[in-house]
Ligand binder design. Structure first.
Ligand SMILES: Nc1ncnc2c1ncn2[C@@H]1O[C@H](COP(=O)(O)OP(=O)(O)OP(=O)(O)O)[C@@H](O)[C@H]1O
Ligand SMILES: [Mg+2]
Length: 266
């Protein structure tokens, strides 16, 4: 958990309200809206432009896959949507709130409560048990010990790991570790689950289990899932697929329009 989240805890975990600074013109509810987002990195003398103007709207409850070749900018885009990094230009709105306008406390609130993050390499804290990893965001959010212990166990049961609560990551398989990471991402009932290559380090069938779990959770909890992936299996459960190429959106397709067999798109 980063420094901002620590500040949130010091803030008593109070539910910091986010004030919309610009109302959307669209009538529907966009949980995420990107407008003209670019991102450049300084490399020695020059600049490398990684995102070259991304416009994207994601409705509440959608399951979106962001696909594209390695190096096309998926993780960079993921970091923009997740308010983990700032665009060079353009704007990112979460629930029609301009992320750039948030102060440190509001940003910490957003990262702690509104978004659940899942990473390719699980990013669990190795010295902590499964239950300790899952409850950490709830502690940061100011929940009482009884509450977070109960909820942590419920979440581990939800991902099928009730029996593994006292295991450390090194005592769990890759798929089990990713389940712990999913339970942790759900800790504060986020509206958005952001997953960067959640099946990238898993074998085919374990990857399928994780994809099914994410889909099931999005249906049951009504959350929005945004996943950067190389995994064509992910397309089967996605409402829309956003294809990124060389820092731009190449095309956005509805799932019904894709003709898919596992591992192959025609
Ligand atoms: N901090 C950084 N500094 C310089 N260049 C960066 C930085 N982060 C990313 N890049 C460059 O941006 C490009 C896109 O990287 P990104 O990680 O977003 O790709 P990706 O689509 O997620 O790829 P992969 O599928 O391999 O994960 C790459 O060429 C990478 O070298
Ligand atoms: Mg990536």
């Amino acid at each position: 958990m980063d420094q901002d989240a620590t500040m949130d805890r010091e803030n008593g975990g109070a539910a910091t309200p986010l004030h919309p600074v610009e109302s959307g013109r669209d009538s529907g509810h966009n949980v995420v809206r990107l407008s003209g987002v670019t991102k450049s990195f300084r490399m020695g003398e020059g600049q490398v432009e990684v995102l070259k103007g991304i416009d994207l709207m994601i409705a509440a409850g959608e399951y979106i896959s962001i696909m594209g070749p390695s190096g096309s900018g998926k993780s960079t885009l993921f970091n923009m949507i997740g308010a983990l990094d700032k665009p060079t230009s353009g704007r990112v709105f979460i629930d029609e709130v301009d992320v750039a306008q948030l102060d440190a406390y509001e940003l910490a609130w957003l990262r702690c409560r509104k978004i659940g993050y899942i990473f390719q390499t699980f990013n669990l804290i190795q010295v902590m048990t499964a239950i300790e990893n899952v409850t950490l965001p709830m502690i940061f959010a100011g929940m009482s010990r009884d509450e977070y212990t109960d909820k942590g166990m419920q979440l581990l049961q939800l991902v099928g790991l009730g029996e593994r609560a006292r295991h450390k990551p090194s005592e769990l398989s890759g798929g089990q570790q990713q389940r712990v990471a999913i339970a942790r991402a759900l800790a504060n009932d986020p509206a958005i689950i952001l997953a960067d290559e959640p099946t990238g380090n898993l074998d085919l069938s374990t990857g399928e289990e994780i994809i099914d779990l994410l889909k099931q959770l999005s249906i049951e909890r009504g959350g929005t899932v945004i996943s950067a992936t190389h995994d064509f299996k992910m397309i089967n459960v996605s409402d829309r697929v956003v294809w990124i190429r060389d820092g731009r959106i190449d095309r956005i397709e509805d799932r019904e329009k894709l003709n898919i067999s596992v591992g192959k798109i025609s």
